[in-house]
Design a protein around this ligand. Structure first.
Ligand code: NAD
Ligand code: MN
Length: 358
């Protein structure tokens, strides 16, 4: 029997609540399938670890997880610790050295979920946003001088390498090509940002020649927000920079009904290091500890994890179970206007997994 090693890093806030639900669901799938099993190692890294050890993860943390088949991640963010410390100390400390350069965020309006866009029916909003995940605006290049003096100055420099832009745009073209509509939108801000963003546009035109069967167009990021709201059916696959796609994908998640549903894969497509799967949302301080976090974003991320492992039947079975459960308003958590608890949704998904013949 195949045994997959999964590193579970719940992190902080509702991260701990949704990841334990996610692990339960993965184990239920393995027992339903019978042809593979999961060996899950738990890592208690995050804000509480920081309070004890002065760092978010141990110095050799990456060595402890680099041989795992995949990482299931909750959220980095603690009410008592500044966000840039928690983010850089854990999530980015894994994503960047493991070169998980392709951040993939599917968005659909699932059955039973109402989009805040009045006229949208489920099939009309079916997107995948590809976010550059290794450089750009979040490269960490920059600094501060004259701190505390009136002369204080600070820079955050966006770093775009030709190799980095080529690989993410090629990844996005391939993904668009694999989807039925074969449609890609390349998002930049090449009117105002006249160096790196112009290079993006040039590289996109070059790579496009490798994919003659993919229809593609360019959008400025501000206009893209309008198109997402006004003409959602005109969009299929999207590629954008680290910052732009970060913002667009939160908007996408909200347009699909709730941030609590949206999944992410941080992929190292060459598989030199493990890839990491996580819900889009953060620690949600306002609801943590209440048992009402929506676990669907984590379950959908687990679907992407299974696809990455090549377990397509189990991935399909889980997605079918998720859709069966979202279709039933009794299993809607408060973010969706319901009264269900995390454990209710988890139990319903596990029931659907065992009940299904697929
Ligand atoms: P957030 O995603 O934690 O919460 C935004 C809003 O959405 C809140 O009202 C919250 O209750 C709601 N929400 C989010 N997920 C939900 C779920 N599963 N079910 C129900 N409701 C849900 O974003 P924020 O408030 O901007 O950030 C809080 C903390 O999380 C910060 O420290 C931030 O840095 C961190 N954060 C981490 C990540 C990450 O690790 N990937 C991502 C985003 C934010
Ligand atoms: Mn974000």
């Amino acid at each position: 029997m195949k045994a997959y090693k999964i590193a579970a890093i719940p992190g902080d806030g509702i991260g701990t609540e949704v990841i334990s639900a996610g692990v339960e669901v993965l184990q239920a799938l393995a027992s339903r399938d019978g042809s593979f099993e999961f060996k899950v190692d738990q890592f208690d890294w995050g804000g509480e670890y920081y309070k004890r050890h002065g760092r978010m993860m141990p110095e050799n943390g990456r060595d402890l997880i680099k041989k795992h088949d995949a990482i299931l991640f909750g959220s980095a963010g603690h009410p008592e610790i500044p966000d840039h410390i928690t983010l850089w100390g854990l999530r980015l400390a894994i994503c960047q050295p493991f070169d998980q350069y392709a951040n993939v965020r599917p968005t659909r309006v699932l059955p039973g979920i109402t989009s805040p866009l009045r006229h949208v029916k489920d099939k009309e909003l079916d997107w995948v946003i590809v976010r550059e995940n290794s450089e750009g605006e979040y490269s960490g290049v920059g600094g501060r001088v004259h701190q505390g003096s009136p002369l204080e100055a600070a820079t955050d420099v966006s770093m775009f390498t030709r190799a980095g832009v080529e690989r993410i745009i090629r990844f996005a073209f391939k993904l668009a090509q694999a989807r039925p509509r074969k449609l890609l939108t390349v998002v930049t801000k090449s009117n105002a940002q006249r160096h790196a963003m112009v290079m993006w546009d040039e590289i996109a035109a070059e790579i496009a020649r490798e994919f003659p069967d993919v229809t593609w167009d360019k959008m400025l990021v501000d206009a893209m927000t309008m198109r997402m709201v006004m003409k959602p059916q005109s969009i299929d696959t999207v590629v954008a920079t680290n910052l732009h796609a970060d913002i667009l994908s939160d908007l996408a998640a909200a347009l699909a009904g709730s941030l609590g549903i949206a999944p992410t894969a941080n992929l190292n497509p060459e598989r030199a290091f493990p890839s990491m799967f996580e819900p889009i949302h953060g620690s949600a301080f306002d609801i943590m500890g209440k048992g009402i976090a929506n676990p669907i974003g984590t379950f959908w991320s687990a679907v992407m994890l299974l696809e990455h492992l090549g377990e397509k039947p189990a991935a399909d079975r889980l997605m079918t179970a998720i859709e069966k459960v979202t279709a039933d308003p009794r299993f809607h958590t408060p973010d969706l206007g319901g009264t269900a608890r995390t454990t209710d949704v988890t139990a319903a998904v596990i029931d659907a997994i065992h009940g299904s013949n697929r």
